[in-house]
Design a protein around this ligand. Structure first.
Ligand code: ADP
Ligand code: ZN
Ligand code: ZN
Length: 746
């Protein structure tokens, strides 16, 4: 039977959607697959044109008579597009999506935009004079001005965006210094390296023994032609970034390129400047603020060989480097590496596949590796490299756990424990800063007892049940399997009547703090206060400038930011992330607590952390207090094994969305029954159930989870379902999509 190939003639792209179908002649059978560059007869004259194969199909989608034969494989080309298209095909297969969605993810759309002028902030005062000015600012506690001037003394030209976005200095402050003729803003058409004046040698550090060993391990493998995935496990400050840079320098020396993925939120000013200082204008940075057109320009520079190193969040993975040698994924445990739109790919797995295609290596780095990666490292799929000391020994912050059950017994029903209140008062008196952290991420409304800490869980799935209100009645639902029970009115463990939904919000905390500490200046950072375009930066720069004493916020505040004056971090309700209703809740709690603790005591003063919880004996809290990753991992992996969760098993989520609840429910039930009938060996079907967020913008959401030891079996199942769906017009009202090993909570 003949096969057919969909071809893109013009990869430069408004036309990505526009493919042409050709028949694959018998003599080319088996040589045509996604990414191959071919010659095809085109147009009326049938002149030969080149095009990329994006998909091979078993059936013609047009009138058989009108389909032409593909001519030949174009021999000479090593186009980077070939590699990216085959990567897209791999993503489509392994994560589920249409080929078009996959292509749009890996190939940026070209848009005709005018090249933007780059603004630079330049020091225009003599250094000596500037130093005097700096002293003046410091004396007057103009912290933002001082910070900017200090940086300008070190780097006399810095790009405007980096000053506002990474140094957290507001445009108003820049303008004020411009008016005083301390600095000027110049417009550059071409991008200049903001640290170009530095001599490279100034920035070389000599690696310590541990770092040297890490680098040598990778380099000697590369020398032998062995390309691998490494997991670099090292606490914050253990020198991971220096290891990355040393490896990149070597890759660069060999004429190859490197991609560095860093979660956007952790891509701080200090990090950016370190890469510039070492690699000058051979490095480029992208972030989500860039328009499609700007991103395209950056990718074009990469393709043209103008740069060797690309730094950025998830999407930087698709930088079209032709001789890619190394991919680094820093903070590899971060949830932002998983895409939430189709294809729902994970940057880690996709990086490993891209590296395999390019014969490159991958290095994953983290202080708190994901359970998945650590599991693969212990099983030998990755090579584990550890940096177990900090470069400059700084003591870990002091960490106290406060048992909120005891608070209740003592009659304190406030969200702030007595201990935390006392410490806040102490820091306010000392003019030091405080961060209060409330994690609402993935929060789904569990029910717990304030007297004994008992949390009501699903008897089948070992996750917390979520509280739902339906026509006035309260019930508890499992978001994996759909199990339901009525909400109890007394605690099943201790019969206390203090059982109920867990309520806490950043706004509520703000008002509690305002009442208890009327003299304190408070900033709040959450979804509401950061919705405006620069809200996030404004709050951070105000807090960095000590315009507030207390910063209250969600997980947004725990990442990456250095506030040397913060000496107290309060984690108000560790239980919120611990009982989030999904199997990664404990892992996320451990990571968040470890990170939050890392925010305290970054400066001269030692830091202190208070963790408030109803469940002080929970292993994620006990191990986070001791900063003992190994102990956490052992406890967690035992639980995953017991209940067959990833990475021990694999999970496929099938999501049904529809405008009518009945239709979503019907389709979900239908597919649950259908897959059960297929009797696939080793397949577990869980659900159907209402999704954790059962309704979004009036669209109803239902889920089924499939579990299987073997990922490939789940891919096959998805393929079979997709095929089955092709013929079914009766299910048109329901949108069906897939998510492999979901992590962000659906
Ligand atoms: P991580 O990425 O693990 O948090 P970094 O690479 O940022 O660690 O290192 C922490 C600090 O220690 C940085 O200021 C860095 O410049 C410094 N540092 C790292 N390695 C060395 C070294 N071998 N000698 C001196 N300073 C170092
Ligand atoms: Zn109880
Ligand atoms: Zn369940």
């Amino acid at each position: 039977m003949a096969e057919y190939a969909d071809i893109i003639i013009d990869i430069s792209h408004e036309k990505l959607d526009h493919t042409f179908q050709y028949r694959i002649p018998a003599h080319l059978a088996g040589k045509i697959y996604p990414g191959v560059l071919v010659n095809v007869p085109f147009g009326r004259g049938n002149s030969l044109r080149r095009g990329f194969v994006v998909e091979v199909k078993g059936q013609a989608e047009f009138d058989e008579d009108k389909i032409k034969d593909l001519d030949s494989v174009a021999e000479d080309s090593v186009a980077i597009e070939s590699q990216l298209i085959s990567l897209a095909a791999w993503m489509r297969k392994n994560y589920g999506a249409t080929m078009n969605q996959a292509l749009k993810t890996v190939i940026p759309v070209k848009q005709k935009v005018k090249a933007k002028e780059k603004r630079m902030v330049c020091l225009c005062m003599e250094k000596e004079e500037a130093k005097e000015q700096l002293l003046l600012f410091q004396k007057k506690h103009y912290t933002a001005r001082a910070r900017l001037l200090e940086e300008l003394l070190a780097h006399p030209e810095i790009s405007y965006e980096i000053v506002t976005q990474k140094l957290n200095v507001s445009p108003a402050v820049i303008r004020a210094l411009e008016e005083k003729q301390i600095l000027e803003i110049t417009k550059e058409r071409k991008y200049r390296n903001p640290a170009g004046h530095l001599r490279k040698s100034e920035y070389q550090v000599k690696l310590n023994d541990m770092q040297r060993k890490a680098v040598d391990t990778v380099l000697s493998n590369m020398q032998k032609g062995v390309q691998k995935t490494y997991l670099l496990h090292g606490v914050t400050g253990s020198g991971k970034t220096e290891v990355y840079m040393e490896l990149i320098a070597d890759v660069q020396k060999k004429g190859r390129q490197a991609i560095v993925l860093i979660p956007e939120i952790a891509l701080t000013y200090q990090t950016v400047m370190r890469f510039y200082a070492r690699f000058g204008d051979r490095v480029s940075i992208i972030n989500s603020r860039l328009s499609q057109g700007e991103r395209y320009d950056q990718f074009l520079r990469a393709k043209n060989g103008e740069i060797d190193i690309m730094i950025g969040p998830r999407s930087a993975l698709f930088t079209p480097f032709l001789h890619l040698g190394l991919i680094i994924i820093d903070e590899e445990h971060e949830g932002s590496y998983k895409s939430e739109s189709l294809p729902r790919y994970h940057a880690r797995e996709t990086a490993i596949e891209r590296a395999r295609m390019a014969d490159a290596s991958v290095m994953l780095g983290s202080a708190t590796p994901s359970v998945d990666s650590y599991y693969h490292a212990l099983n030998g799929r990755y090579e584990l490299i550890e940096l177990n000391r900090r470069v400059a020994e700084k003591p870990l912050p002091l960490c106290d756990i406060v048992d909120l059950r005891e608070e209740l017994k003592k009659g304190n029903r406030s969200i702030l424990s007595v201990k935390l209140q006392r410490l806040i008062a102490d820091r306010l008196a000392k003019k030091q800063q405080i961060m209060l952290f409330l994690n609402r991420r993935g929060f789904s409304g569990f029910v717990s007892c304030r007297a004994c800490g008992h949390v009501i869980k699903c008897p089948h799935c070992d996750v917390s049940l979520s509280l739902h209100k339906e026509s006035g009645k309260e019930k508890l639902i499992c978001h994996y399997c759909g199990y339901e029970e009525a909400k109890p009115s007394v605690c099943p463990e201790c019969a206390s009547k203090y059982i109920g939904g867990f309520k806490a919000g950043t706004q509520m905390i703000e008002s509690v703090v305002a009442k208890l500490f009327p003299e304190a200046r408070v900033l709040r950072m959450d979804f509401d206060t950061t919705r405006s375009k620069d809200g996030y930066e404004h709050i951070l720069s105000a807090f960095a400038g000590h315009e507030a004493d207390i910063l209250i916020g969600t997980q947004m505040i725990v990442k990456g930011h250095d506030f040397p004056n913060v000496t107290l971090v309060g984690i108000l309700a560790a239980d919120m992330s611990m009982n989030a209703g999904d199997y990664r809740a404990a892992e996320r709690t451990f990571q968040l607590l470890t990170q939050a603790a890392g925010r305290a005591g970054r400066g001269e003063e030692p830091g202190e952390v208070v963790i408030q919880t109803y469940n002080p004996g929970h292993y994620s809290i006990v191990t986070a207090k001791k900063q003992d990753y190994g102990a956490f991992y052992q406890a967690e992996i035992a639980m995953r094994k017991l209940v067959s969760y990833p990475p021990v098993s694999n999970m496929l989520l099938m999501l049904f969305t529809a405008e009518k609840e009945k239709e979503a429910a019907y389709a979900a039930a239908y597919f649950a029954a259908l897959t059960a009938k297929a009797e696939i060996d080793g397949l577990k079907i869980i659900g159907p159930a209402s999704a954790a967020i059962g309704k979004v913008k009036d669209i109803y959401r239902r889920v089924i989870y499939f579990k299987h030891q073997d990922y490939a079996q789940l891919v096959q199942l998805k393929d079979r379902i997709e095929l089955f769906l092709k013929g079914r017009t009766d299910l048109n009202q329901v949108n069906i999509s897939f998510d492999f090993n979901p992590i962000n909570g659906i």
